[in-house]
Ligand binder design. Sequence first.
Ligand code: NAD
Ligand code: ZN
Length: 240
Amino acid sequence: MISEAKNIIKESNYLVAFTGAGISVESGIPPFRGENGIWNKYDPEIFDLEYFYNNPKQSWEMIKNVFLKKINQTKPNKAHYWLAELEKKGVLKSIITQNIDNLHHKAGSSDVIEFHGNSRNLVCLNCKSVVTVEQTNLEKIPPKCKKCNSVLKPDFIFFGEQIPTDAFRQSIDAVEKADVLLVIGTTGMVIPASQLPYEAHKNGAKIIEINIEKSAYTNTITDIFLRGKASEVLPKLSDI
Ligand code: NAD
Ligand code: ZN
């Protein structure tokens, strides 16, 4: 199966990768679901937009300690670097990621569509000004906008929020162009992101999936299922 997948990648005209929390697990960022998932320790309510509006301090406590601190200290793993190399070789055209951890950028990938936003920036709930996390003093939370003193929110998507329009359009465009889609470390349960591989499949793309366990795609649209850790399986798919 590895050699079949290798050939499909080699012969692809427009290869796209779709990544989820699983690709970053080996960098030390827990996924939402499963044994060591974030939801086992924290209430998903913290990422609910309504809850954030009403309890910004409580939301920020968790965001700061669990998310931003961890993400800033984290390094890409072999899977992120492999994708970055494949882009440099001109084989991989773009990455659509559901992750907000910035690890594809840190690994050197440049064509990265951040479907759920990012954790580099903060946005003002009122005047929509954008500042970087680095520029912001997080000693006192919730952090406030320097222009209008309203609460700043991380620039990633909370439950109940719209997908950024550009990211949505670019993702649809990428899956429509794709003749091969690598689906890496995602359960396929987060709507509407989860619809993208189905779109690709509908347009005739071959689906190669890498995951430690079966997902919603495995028995439906996946052509080749490669079971295993992303950082171990991906490097086997080329000589990089
Ligand atoms: P998920 O938490 O629902 O599922 C993670 C998937 O990764 C599972 O299918 C699991 O079997 C697989 N997996 C675990 N370890 C793996 C490994 N080493 N190699 C390959 N696969 C592995 O994640 P999701 O489906 O991506 O969706 C959850 C949402 O959570 C996403 O929208 C994402 O925005 C968000 N999220 C992001 C981060 C991050 O930025 N790193 C972390 C947690 C959650
Ligand atoms: Zn403001």
